[in-house]
Design a protein around this ligand. Structure first.
Ligand code: PLP
Length: 407
């Protein structure tokens, strides 16, 4: 008899986006003339940088001629891209990462989930709350949790974020084996200071733990005092794997290119207590289960590091950061306490009560959509996430409508 992975039945249906969609559709049906501004979405809205588009086209033309055609490529990514990544995203910032420690992939989302393939189911997992839900759900699917009781999965250790710690939870007293950190954070927009990240690295070293560091929004960091990579912290190479993505850096959400860094001296232990490098296992997993990112997409990603590409991606990210600044300033004037929106595309707003009630009020009075924080964990209650991924005009109109509506 064929059996299912029963762990899937522990998963909670994702009511969040379905509920948002239902409420927006009902409002639209009642107000067919009203144009609704969606500030709830975490997807980019602007076109690929010109340098990437040109490189993409050139690579497609190469595929059209026998002499330059490419078949299967290296699963870990072409050297031309891995070398640029290592040199520009890490070595140029004093982080000791080499090209053979970079694994090019089709998404940071997939990689954060896939990485669990090479880790034991017995690890004590530290899960931030609020959190990017993929980390939780992939642990549930892999059978790393118990049942869902009172809004939380048994077996996970929740690292609670709140106003008291500015949504940057510190290391706990108890020992954890696997820790998820995401900065700049989705959903809160919080960033982590060098000293705070150093404490996490020291904690991981002391407990022989592993940090999965999601830096998908690293390109939004403009404050030079903030670390863009965990490898800017001493000895982090021994205890951290980092996930990066071209999705938000260069508008690649529909093009698909990302990478994972697994340093050679990052280790974990077998059941028998033997120390093993993660690099070898991840190489095995990645080359067996993944075919590599297509050649034209890797050429488009490489163009991010060209002189023009660098300028264009910087200006793309600046555009969203300016949107975030407009939103944050406007909400501040309206009297809301917010975090994020600086060095981050997300603004996390204390809505002073039930987030769904605020969502309904905002939609009803202003025709603006936000994301209720409840969808990101228990600690997200009483907050909403507003995204800066939108056109400038929409952002300005949304803020003007909120002011007019007396928010
Ligand atoms: N990590 C975080 C924190 C995200 O918010 C997202 C997308 O919203 C991703 C990863 C996904 O990145 P990718 O598009 O590379 O899969």
């Amino acid at each position: 008899m064929i059996r299912l992975n029963d762990h899937y039945f522990k998963l909670q249906a994702s009511y969040l986006f379905a509920d948002i969609g239902r409420r927006v559709a009902a409002y639209q049906a009642e107000h067919p003339q009203r144009d609704i501004i969606k500030l709830g979405i975490g997807d980019v809205t602007r076109a690929l940088p010109d340098a990437c588009v040109k490189a993409f086209h050139r690579a497609v033309d190469e595929m059209a001629a026998d002499a330059s055609f490419r078949g299967y490529g290296p699963e870990q990514g072409y050297a031309f891209l891995r070398e640029r990544i290592a040199a520009e995203d890490f070595q140029a910032r004093g982080a000791d990462i080499s090209a053979d420690e970079i694994f090019v992939s089709d998404g940071a989302k997939c990689d954060t989930g896939n990485f669990l393939d090479i880790l034991s189911a017995d690890n004590r997992v530290g899960m931030p709350d609020p959190v990017y839900p993929v980390y939780v759900d992939t642990n549930v699917m892999a059978g790393h949790t118990g049942e869902f009781v009172d809004g939380r999965y048994q077996g996970l250790v929740y690292l609670e974020g709140g106003e008291a710690n500015a949504f940057v939870p510190p290391p706990p007293e108890e020992a954890l084996d696997l820790i998820y950190l995401c900065y700049p954070n989705n959903p809160t927009g919080a960033v982590i200071a060098r000293e705070q990240l150093t404490r996490w690295v020291e904690y991981a070293l002391a407990h022989k733990a592993l940090i999965l560091y999601d830096a998908a929004y690293a390109a939004f960091i403009r404050d030079e005092r903030l670390p863009r990579s965990i490898y800017e912290i001493k000895e982090a190479r021994k205890v951290a794997v980092e996930f990066r993505s071209f999705s938000k850096t260069a508008g690649f959400t529909g093009t698909r290119c990302a990478y994972t860094v697994v340093p050679r001296d990052c280790v974990a232990w077998t059941a028998a207590g033997e120390k093993k490098p993660l690099h070898a296992l991840w190489t095995r997993r990645h080359t067996t289960k993944f075919n590599g990112v297509s050649y034209p997409v890797q050429r488009a990603a490489e163009a991010v590091y060209s002189t023009e590409g660098r300028e264009q991606t910087r200006s793309l990210v600046s555009y969203y950061l300016e949107n975030a600044g407009i939103i944050r300033a406007a909400l501040g004037e309206m009297g809301f306490a917010c975090i994020g929106g600086e060095n981050s595309p997300y603004i996390w707003v204390d809505c002073g009560g039930d987030a769904w009630a605020f969502f309904d009020r905002l939609l009803e009075r202003s025709g603006v959509v936000c994301t209720p924080g409840d969808g990101f964990g228990r600690c997200g209650r009483g907050h909403v996430r507003i995204s800066a991924f939108n056109d400038r005009e929409n952002v300005q109109t949304a803020m003007a409508r909120m002011r007019e509506a007396g928010f």
